[in-house]
Design a protein around this ligand. Sequence first.
Ligand code: B12
Ligand code: SF4
Length: 473
Amino acid sequence: MARVLLIHAALGAGLRYGALAWAGARLPGLGILYIAGALRKAGHRVMLADTTEPGFTPKNLADAARAFAPTLVGISATSASMALAGRLAGLLKGAVPDAAFVIGGPHASALPEQTLNDLAVFDFAVAGEGEQAAVELADLLDSKEKDFAPPAGVWARQADKLVRGPMRQPVKNLDELAHPAWDLLKGFPLAYSPAVFRYQKKPAAQMVTSRGCPHSCIFCAKTLGKSLRLASPECVLDQALILNKKFSVCEIAFEDDHFLADKDRAAAICELLAKNLPGLSFSISSRADAIDDKALLALLRRAGCWQINLGIESADQKILDNSGKGLCLMQVENALALIAGAKIKSKGFFILGLLGESRASMEKSLNFACKSPLNDVSVFFATPFPGTGLYKKWLSRRPFAADFSAMTQMQPFEAPDGLPAKTLAAFHKHFIRSFYLQGRVVKDYMGRLAAYPANALPLAKGLAAWALFTRKG
Ligand code: B12
Ligand code: SF4
């Protein structure tokens, strides 16, 4: 039995949201929870740490690691949190020098070789889905075999050179995966929460019920590949029941990129949730082109769905086309009207600074958002995450290595031939202020307060953060 310490190297809300930190989410890393579940199922002993958990300090982590004496330390990181992952690994190397160190998550998945070159503290990097790779690595380390061939999907440092295992095929049947090990999280679920504007009730948790996406949007870092795989409705219900019965969770944010990718499955999930968890409240994300069915929307609402998130990105058709989104604005307009008609709230995700962006195209997006029935918006900056089309397009034009820590989507990225960062940042504030100061949006928020008075404090904090962020000057 190997002893595995798993760490979610998450950026604190301050770094991710700046002045909007109070309104931001603090959620456990699902990737690491799945890996913990898989390792445990395979008979290994797992300890879990999350850099955003209550009372976390690097020193406490080092002390706990010393006491646990892991065979393997695994860290999960996005591009922006790679520097943090490297610092934590460096610190732990001092505390548990005999342990092997492995890095996984979106950044290592896109750049496994470069990650090992950049951060000498890591012995292994895992590209893509990590459950089976982590189990095989733990088995091999436990067997005390030396200089073993890396398992599929794993890059390894051996005698000063990097060697790689074969490609790993995506997990075919998601139902066979162990459920996320929520029970290993300190303070779950109350110590965690989605952003204040993304839940109605608490305790809340998030689930991901599908993996992979066949689309090719130029800005999207698709860690889990192109082939779409779906957990069965029964498996989804099983996880929702565990969250509800064991942890009293009454709100779930389904974080699937595209919950409605298979409408029959979505309908079956709704039927099961309505029957077995009648008080549950939940939100989903979907592509706009999948929202064309009034009956499905009515069923979603009946099952407890109160919000649908749509990646709108831009209201300039040319920019959508440049981005490979494969959507036309008419589809977005239809989707928003249908969602509003079903009495479900909608949230639109926009990106500023995509290829071809101009002041006029940003104005188009803002006007579209204001005239639409959207209840909420999130506005990010185009960011060239490793592995994306944007990265490839902009790579030759700018030294990225130093910039990974700025890849939070909340910092304007000055693209070659693009708008200046200052212009993007100023328009971002203008967008948020203009959208949220509309009478209909303010009225909607008053309605939310009246319906869920328990949210008064977090909402007030969120609104204060919002006012601070959008103040002029
Ligand atoms: C849900 C989600 C969130 C949620 C919850 C995040 C969380 N705490 O997990 C919220 C909204 C809070 C969020 C926030 C952010 N997110 Co986010 N998020 C996602 C989303 C939609 C799903 C992630 C998920 O749960 N996937 C399901 C699990 C099972 O997959 P996984 O996490 O990739 O893990 C697997 C593998 O990566 C691997 N693995 C992961 N960790 C490890 C560790 C080891 C040791 C091993 C061996 C393997 C391994 O094995 C796992 C299981 O197979 C992804 C997009 C996507 N479809 O992946 C973006 C995504 C991960 N997010 C992204 C970003 C940028 C962010 C933010 C920086 C944005 C911001 N300003 O808020 C923050 C950073 C969060 C933080 N605290 O550091 C980017 C990352 C790109 C990159 N290269 O950095 C993604 C890919 C979206 C995108 N823009 O393309 N996010
Ligand atoms: S943005 Fe959505 S639709 Fe586009 S590739 Fe990413 S997950 Fe797929």
